[in-house]
Write a protein that binds this ligand. Sequence first.
Ligand SMILES: [Zn+2]
Length: 150
Amino acid sequence: MAKKKPTTESKAEDAPPQASAEYTVLARRYRPQQFADLIGQEAVAQALMNALESGRVAHAYLFTGARGVGKTSAARILAKALNCEKGPTTKPCDKCEICQAIASGEDTDVLEIDGASNNSVDNIRENEGKSVDALFRDMFRAEPMEGGEW
Ligand SMILES: [Zn+2]
């Protein structure tokens, strides 16, 4: 049986849809960007805003809870609030380079640690070593540790 030569038209149909430059994954597109957007976590948002307004931000914060309650979102918003060019502020601008880098998870000083695969004492020691390195750009370092639910 002779193999049918594919036409350029069928090739185009078989090709995977091209990702547009506008495409962002759902978790990024719908992740709350301001404390006011943290639905269901109003008390947490208020406590963090009070700390920012009074200039009494603790050295570390531990966000706990089930999947999807807003731990990562709260940590990223706090990181933006502390490091925004217009900050520290309770309303990060979302426009400056730092805010945008943190929102997209690409900021050099906001290191998201995968706790599910970094859960040994040696891993913690290794990460501790990294955290004392000089900051690249931001005033505050944020290290949200993901999957650290024990
Ligand atoms: Zn900003």
